[in-house]
Design a binder for this molecule. Structure first.
Ligand code: IMP
Length: 192
């Protein structure tokens, strides 16, 4: 079994990715790897943030690792909240405040097209690789559902009949941006 450090402290993401991985790889989140740092996300591109996170962990551990950065990109808001998704309503904002801000900015707007976009940066044997997953959908006018995290209560994927927050993790994985990016990552690793 090969060990890969996943540069995150987000338990939901670890659980989602763990549910996608076979027995060939053991995914180690930062805490389990003994790394207790807050990794900065200073860039205005998902790719650059993902790269910075992965390099930070690689420089600390010298081990194979990957990071991911995800943004919700809403067409009518010019791609916002995008790379600022985690802190859209302010530096210490929570999911509810971010959702409230999106819903208020979207009041009266008919075009509710949006997408989640995930970028994964893998550092494998000193080489850097990128993978991307996109899930297109619509922004709801009110919150629906209790599951998931972040913007899940206000996002319905194309082809789905309920919000991400009304889905089980298995259902969400049938549509998920992260699942698509992670699938590419593990297909790639499988070819090595
Ligand atoms: P991160 O920078 O990759 O941690 O993600 C930024 C923010 O995007 C998170 O704090 C969430 O608000 C949001 N986000 C990322 N992935 C998802 C998802 O699968 N569902 C809902 N919101 C998400």
């Amino acid at each position: 079994m090969h060990t890969l450090i996943f540069a995150t402290n987000n338990r939901n993401k670890v659980a989602e990715i763990q549910s996608l991985v076979g027995n060939n790889f053991e995914i180690i989140p930062l805490k389990e790897a003994g790394i207790e740092i807050e990794i900065p996300e200073p860039h205005d591109q998902l790719e650059a943030n993902a790269q910075e996170k992965a390099m930070t962990i690689f420089n600390l551990t010298n081990q194979d690792c990957f990071s991911e950065d995800t943004g919700l990109e809403i067409a009518a808001l010019g791609g916002a909240p995008g790379v600022k998704s985690a802190r859209y309503a302010g530096d210490n904002s929570n999911a509810q405040a971010n959702i409230d801000l999106v819903l208020s900015k979207m009041t009266g707007i008919e075009n509710r097209t949006a997408q989640f976009r995930t970028v994964i940066c893998l550092i494998w044997k000193n080489q850097t690789y990128y993978f991307e997953g996109i899930c297109k959908g619509q922004i709801l006018t009110t919150m629906k559902g209790e599951n998931g995290f972040g913007y899940d209560p206000i996002f319905v994927a194309d082809g789905a009949s309920k919000s991400f927050a009304n889905m089980t993790m298995e259902e969400k994985n049938q549509f998920s941006h992260r699942k698509k990016a992670v699938t590419q990552l593990f297909e790639f690793l499988g070819t090595l």
